[in-house]
Ligand binder design. Structure first.
Ligand code: ATP
Length: 434
């Protein structure tokens, strides 16, 4: 009896640790293996989930691929055994989850999985809830250890079934296994060249203002570099300029990176919850101050008079210069995640700049120079002309900052944060970070 060919989505998450592996690598590896007994139907998806989740290893990513096969059981067994053998199971924080959705479930599971995906990007979800959904929908799944990875794996399946999400692409080149954990060898100039030839169709490859390569990670994982961009053509083109150590394999992912999918618009500070990410408008109500560690913080007040701290952290480098120029009374919209009652600013839109005044010594009507203090409580006097005045003059000072959108530099970009160059608004792209 020949079995019928079925389509199957395979979602995987939580396979790596800080000491090695990467779930995207495992996906690329599996795709290259599976293609000998199943057909790969589209590029895999790489989704970034709630960036505030404390269990994440690095960027809270999960992956899914869509295959067509005649023996789904063989694929399930193969994927399960590869995840079991390649995951960093010895690490306490690695708890893999794998979900299999066959096409007889696509329609009945679509609505719930799509919602689950969208919630997992914004919200905090329990392992129990994810497991209950998988059981109720009759999906195949495997949980290793506490199985927390089922949350990301289920979300990635939802992304594969979701026809509507904004997406970008990432071309990831992986290192040969014998060099994992050693310094990466690449020609820096070739990466700047890749950027020069493909920006703005690719982005965050380098950080021109800070003079650094951004697309090459420093961690021990198998990733050599990742080029992000608007389509597969552009990311491939950029990669063709890169000169580096040998590449073991490459994979192009469709991804929700650079989409702001994590942000929830709110109008009140009262509605803000820890471990969620927001777009919040308000009035600057304290002078920005730079605290230990180089982080610049100001307080934002909403229409009800409730306040929340907003911070440009030290890694955001020159972005802090913009924040330091704000003064009480300025109206802004901040974009970022909230932890410890502080918004970690990813972008800011300055809507209104309040006039700034300064009290300075009065002008002498005789010689046109500034008078000097005549002593404590005795006003001001021009020693040359003998003119005097009681009070300082109040003058409006130039603000040295313009209204508009500002973003952190590429070296501090969070995976999900949408680059200003991706906004279809010419007003918006006046102040991109390069
Ligand atoms: P990896 O490369 O392995 O994916 P990572 O930085 O993406 O590394 P994980 O190791 O996957 O992080 O750890 C994140 C864990 O958090 C996963 O188990 C995932 O299922 C879980 N998780 C993801 N999103 C949420 C969420 N919204 N609520 C609760 N848990 C989540």
């Amino acid at each position: 009896m020949t079995s019928k060919s079925v389509r199957m989505i395979i979602g995987i998450d939580d396979t790596d640790s800080r000491d090695g592996m990467c779930t995207t690598y495992l996906c690329a590896f599996l795709r290259d293996e599976i293609c000998s007994f199943a057909k790969i139907l589209s590029e895999p998806v790489l989704i970034r989930l709630n960036p505030t989740i404390p269990f994440k290893t690095r960027g809270n990513a999960s992956v899914a691929m869509l295959v067509q096969c005649s023996e789904p059981d063989v694929v399930v067994e193969h994927v399960t055994s590869v995840v079991a053998s390649m995951s960093c199971l010895e690490d306490e924080t690695t708890n893999p989850g794998v979900v299999f959705v066959t096409d007889d479930h696509f329609e009945k599971a679509r609505h719930e999985l799509v919602n689950f995906f969208r919630r997992a990007v914004k919200d905090v979800i329990s392992i129990d809830e994810a497991k209950t959904i998988a059981v109720n929908l009759g999906l195949g799944f495997r949980m290793f250890k506490n199985g927390r990875g089922i949350i990301g794996a289920l979300s990635a399946c939802g992304a594969m079934l979701d026809p509507e999400w904004d997406h970008t692409y990432e071309y990831i080149a992986y290192r040969e296994a014998n060099v994992w954990g050693t310094p990466r060898i690449f020609n820096e100039g070739s990466i700047f060249e890749a950027d020069r030839h493909t920006y703005p169709d690719t982005w965050d490859t380098v950080d021109l203002n800070n003079g650094v390569v951004v697309c090459v990670p420093h961690s021990k994982d198998p990733v050599l570099y990742g080029i992000r961009g608007k389509d597969t053509f552009s990311v491939k083109k950029a990669s063709s300029y890169v000169r580096s150590e040998p590449v073991e394999r490459v994979c192009i992912f469709r991804t929700n990176q650079g989409t702001d999918m994590h942000l929830i618009p709110v109008s009140k500070v009262f509605d803000i919850r820890e471990m969620h990410s927001y777009i919040l408008g308000g009035v600057v109500c304290s002078e920005p101050c730079t605290i230990r560690g180089g982080h610049t913080v100001f307080s934002l007040e909403d229409l009800n008079g409730d306040r929340i701290d907003c911070a440009a952290f030290e890694p955001t480098k020159n972005f802090r210069d913009i924040i330091r120029k704000l003064i009480p009374g300025d109206r802004v919209i901040v974009y970022g995640s909230v932890t410890e009652r502080t918004v970690n600013i990813e972008k800011i839109r300055i809507i209104f700049l309040v006039s700034k005044y300064e009290a300075i010594n009065p002008l002498c009507s005789g010689c046109g120079k500034r008078m000097k203090s005549a002593g404590m409580g005795q006003g001001y006097r021009c020693r040359k002309c003998g003119t005097s005045a009681k009070e300082k003059e109040i003058l409006e000072v130039k603000r040295n900052i313009e209204k508009g959108f500002y973003e952190v530099p590429p070296c501090a970009r969070r995976h999900l944060a949408k680059q200003l160059l991706r906004f279809n608004d010419s007003y918006v792209s006046v102040f991109p970070s390069r």
